[in-house]
Design a protein. Structure first.
Length: 502
């Protein structure tokens, strides 16, 4: 009861005029920052951090957290309306959100994304409030073997993402893993895969550059090629009745929303994981466990709901280790952690007891920001759909310009702009050859997490791979992952035996 009383006091504090105004402004700004390719929550929070020194620390943190929430909602907007992920956290939303928009159901995709985001955020807020200390302890107990086992489980879902063409899926995964290895070796510090000795490869391949190239330029080229003389976007209409109908249809996406909310929060509390792996893993698990997985990638509302619920849930989850342990769970929370230190606050287990006047208004702002983000997002749907009414001959140059600007803004390096153009052309050619792109994108996200944890684990065990099986947490996860990896082969053998017996 004491926790509920403190939470209520925190929520009441959020309705003070200054804090409420900052939440509204933060959510709205975050919504558009998240929708702009190349920006995302990290850039938005970092850019606006200096402005927060004009207000008290509690109000400043509430403002930055509202931007974080708004950006999580906003990332789906350009993924659905333009086919360009607004941020890396919204890449998985593109897989089904964009096909829905091209079918004239952009309103359904946007409403599903908004509601799933709200549900994911709400579930995460409740878990954050009730189980912060024990969940933080669980996250802290995850060493390299446990994290690698979790990444292996994520790789096991790739087969489902690739449909029935397993060889093409494996090749796509390998391409992604190769690209994720470009740069300096994390253990020895030696440069590797520096193609043609070009120094731009030294810093590795920025994931956002890859995502914008594949799903921005590549999608634009694919649309131009597939429509030829009929280069116009599907008309999109918006009425109150359509929004209400879309909200009702979203009830059918309960499975994807549930998986996304639960898995996203768990992945979010793991240090160095964050919302991007969470959303991609949620999409993979949802598809793999679906009755009709062939519908995914063609406009499934569960395929929109799962990653959107996951990235909002993970964003709250990432705040948990930052507040309770002083360990940022994502790049954005690392910036927030820096702000707290500047304000003279010390994140850690004693923050809840030493600074309750700071912590509980912040936790209360999660609830208020989540609700306001839902309302603001739904109100702006007509504006988002207006973009779809433009002829594609006008929209294509806008997409191209946004892609170039977004790619440059991410690293401010022209090398990455050229790289993005190459990725766009390569993605277009792979789609023509019917190769799945999602496994490659997932591999380049999880590769930088999986490789160092694998090598650290083997160093800990003197090269004994049994470390992944004999640890109490890593063992069960690894077993499940191995079963999922070999399941297609077992299914293939079973089908062959049935054919011979018939």
């Amino acid at each position: 009861m004491e926790v509920l009383s403190l939470l209520l006091d925190g929520i009441i504090a959020c309705f003070e005029p200054l804090n409420l105004a900052l939440i509204f402004v933060g959510v709205t700004v975050g919504l558009f920052i998240g929708a702009m390719p190349g920006l995302g929550s990290v850039n938005g929070v970092a850019i606006l951090l200096p402005a927060t020194f004009l207000v008290p620390p509690t109000s400043a943190m509430i403002f930055l957290a509202a931007i974080y929430y708004g950006a999580m909602y906003g990332g789906a907007i350009s993924s659905i309306t333009l086919g360009i992920p607004g941020a890396s956290t919204a890449v998985a939303t593109t897989f089904d959100g964009r096909p829905l928009a091209l079918k004239g159901r952009a309103d359904q995709a946007l409403v599903t994304a908004a509601i799933a985001s709200f549900v994911g955020g709400s579930v995460a807020n409740i878990l954050f409030t009730g189980f912060a200390p024990p969940l933080a302890a669980v996250a802290l107990s995850f060493g390299p073997p446990e994290i690698f086992a979790l990444m292996l489980l994520a790789f096991a879902t790739f087969v489902g993402l690739g449909g029935d063409d397993i060889p093409k899926t494996i090749l796509s995964i390998c391409l992604g893993l190769v690209l994720s290895a470009v740069g300096f070796d994390v253990i020895s510090g030696e440069p590797r895969l520096i193609f043609f000795d070009i120094t731009g490869f030294m810093h590795g391949i920025n994931f956002l550059v890859l995502a914008i190239g594949v799903y921005g330029i590549g999608e634009m080229l694919w649309t131009i090629n597939s429509t030829r003389d009929e280069i116009t976007m599907t008309d999109a209409e918006i009425t109150v009745s359509r929004v209400m109908a879309a909200a009702k249809n979203t009830l059918g996406a309960w499975r994807g929303t549930t998986i996304g909310a639960a898995l996203g929060f768990f992945v979010g509390i793991l240090p160095a994981a964050g919302a991007t792996p969470g959303s991609l893993m949620a999409y993979g698990v949802t598809k793999m466990t679906a009755k009709h997985p062939q519908e995914y990638g063609k406009g499934s509302i569960n395929g929109v709901a799962a990653p959107e619920a996951a990235n909002n849930s993970a964003s709250t989850g990432a705040m948990l280790p930052m507040v309770t342990l002083g360990i940022p769970g994502s790049p954005t929370t690392a910036v927030l952690l820096g702000g707290m230190v500047i304000w003279g606050l010390t994140p850690g287990p004693r923050l809840f007891t030493d600074q309750p006047d700071f912590v509980w208004p912040l936790v209360g702002s999660f609830y208020v920001s989540n609700l306001i983000a839902l309302v603001v997002n739904l109100c702006f749907i007509p504006l988002f759909l207006w973009m779809l009414r433009m002829p594609f001959t006008i929209l294509a140059p806008i997409i191209f310009t946004l892609s170039i600007v977004g790619g440059y803004a991410a690293t401010q390096d022209m090398h990455d702009v050229w790289l993005m153009l190459i990725f766009g052309l390569a993605a277009f050619l792979l789609r023509i050859l019917d190769y799945p792109l999602a496994p490659a994108v997932l591999a380049i996200v999880l590769g930088p997490i999986a490789e160092p944890t694998l090598r650290q684990s083997l160093l800990l065990s003197d090269g004994d791979p049994m470390i992944f099986l004999n640890r109490p947490i890593a063992g069960p996860i690894t077993v499940v992952a191995l079963i999922l990896i070999f399941l297609p082969a077992l299914k293939f053998g079973w089908d062959r035996m049935r054919q011979k017996s018939a």
